[in-house]
Design a protein around this ligand. Sequence first.
Ligand code: SF4
Length: 642
Amino acid sequence: MDNNDNIEYYNDIYSYVDYLYKLNVNEKNLCTKNIDMLLNSTGHISKVTNIATGVGYCIYKAKLQEFIGVRDFIVSNTPGKGTDIHKLLGLVSIEIFNRSKPTLNGTLISTIYDENIDLFVDRDDKDENIELAYEMLSSLQNVLVNRIYNILGTSYDKLFPVVEQQFHDYEYHILGVPDLILEDKENKRAIVVEWKTYDEQVYDTEKAQVVAYSLLEAKRLGYSDRDAVNAITGVWDDNQKTIKDVKVLPLIIRPGIGKGRKLTLQPHPILFSNTKEKFIEFRKLIGKVIVVAGYLTLQLVNPKVFGIDEKEVKDYCKLKIRDKEYSALRLIPLGLRKGNPSRRDKFPCKSGNSPICSLFDACGFYLGQYKKTPFDIVMWALRYYTIGSKESTSTIFKVIYELFRTHRREDVISNLKNGNGYEWMFAANSPVKLQSKKRQRIIIYKYNRIFQQIRLDIIDGIYDSNNFVIYRKIRDYEKNDGKLRVIREGKPIMLFLNDGSRIPLLSLNLTARIDNVEVDNNLVKYYINIPSSVFRFSLTLIKKYIEKYPELVRDSLLVETGVNLTSRELMTIDAIQRILRDNSQEVLEKIRENIDRKEGTQKILERIVKDLERESDNGWDLYQTIDDALPKLISKLNKPSD
Ligand code: SF4
């Protein structure tokens, strides 16, 4: 059938599969069942910034960023751009929204700035940043008092500030760091704030971004599926012609007030245009966010990992659009704004004669042409290998998520304190089960062999807040068998505080490293440090939380994690592929040149593969086949006819 053109794709979307149901694919049930299984099994997850690009700018650009490793260098390589003011806004928010009446003034902001001076990069901009922070926080306070408390049925004394925390969610497949959430946990209400520090119009990508963060917050408050979407949009009351029952409100705050302008409060229609038309448009925006998150995640999954035949799924998911056949497994979501990679001749690629898309050249290179040299085949193989190796580090997060989704938090904590562990079989839809061996770990099995072990610990409290030393008592079972189950020194970890969220991956957290483990009388002490200065702001935030709310440390969860270097590796592969292949030459000449460069290329490839293997304790056996394939693929460079 060929009637996909007339379908409204983004109405009533609560999951990626809801979107698939709207497409006229070959075998609807088998297609949706298999894709649902893949999405529910993978450890992969998409970044909010890429999702927002896919919804609001161009889905091809999102794909280049998420999957191919191309980076928007203008944005991501400008150190400190926007970050000093973001840090200041975060630090002041923790101080003023602490369940007492907020008192905001320039002196308070200036004092906070001076107390945290080491965190700021552009100190010459101090006065400007203090003024900007004052303006933006005042705007927020005004809209809270005049509009939002009333809409949500909450008040300042109930709000808890959540500042720049990294949240993972595996229902919507979203990973993101919201700027600020003001949360009324008791009544399950929240305001999700995104600071935009430039006085410009609000872009569609920014609206999509704050909506994606709101989905994470809805999950954190315990809403899911239809309830999570409804919590954000509210419901339309046709009798009273108004939106009702909004529980999680996304809000973009930007400057402008100082210049005497009235701020438009985006993106929720209840704040700027309470009409049915805008309400429906807003629901579609959430639908697009959910679909793009699912789509980008799906592009990272190798079905073979879960014993699913990709060719078969492609067949089930076949569909026709204007007489051409595609498979919904890889086809970009329909009906979204996008450019044309082979032409790249108008918006959003170009304006007049100038490219405006920051990935204009990379897009032409990867998506605008279809010829692939053997050299490209090798690079693509390596890219799949890299993404495959990420599955092993992300699996840790997925399993922790499943553990707490399917078991009560109190039970998991008490079991771990008794030394029990859990186990998970690496397979589609596999449950996380209690394991009675006193190992205090999660063991991941693959083909009935131990594939990976996740060491965990439960913390009793903070021992020394200045040096960040946390502790727990030595447990009876450890005394009995004379063996301590601790996380090893030098290992990367995540510390998830006990802030009342059921799922640790949606709790206040810190990415860190164990510098030292000390056994002192009856205590195990962990000396926590950060692996690089990039995490200094996160460390400051967590220390502030612990200082203000020491109870958050009791029963917090410490998890040994792997280092995930995927983004860096994908960027390296992109650089090698684009530098070594010169598009201006004829194909044969190019291949000949690649043969000359074969040795150098092979060395680079081998080094990356070795690095990847070193990062993963147990390797990634499915993708080891690439190890065999790699020399064969590279040998193709000797045979231009291939
Ligand atoms: S060049 Fe155009 S089609 Fe390519 S990623 Fe950019 S906006 Fe999208």
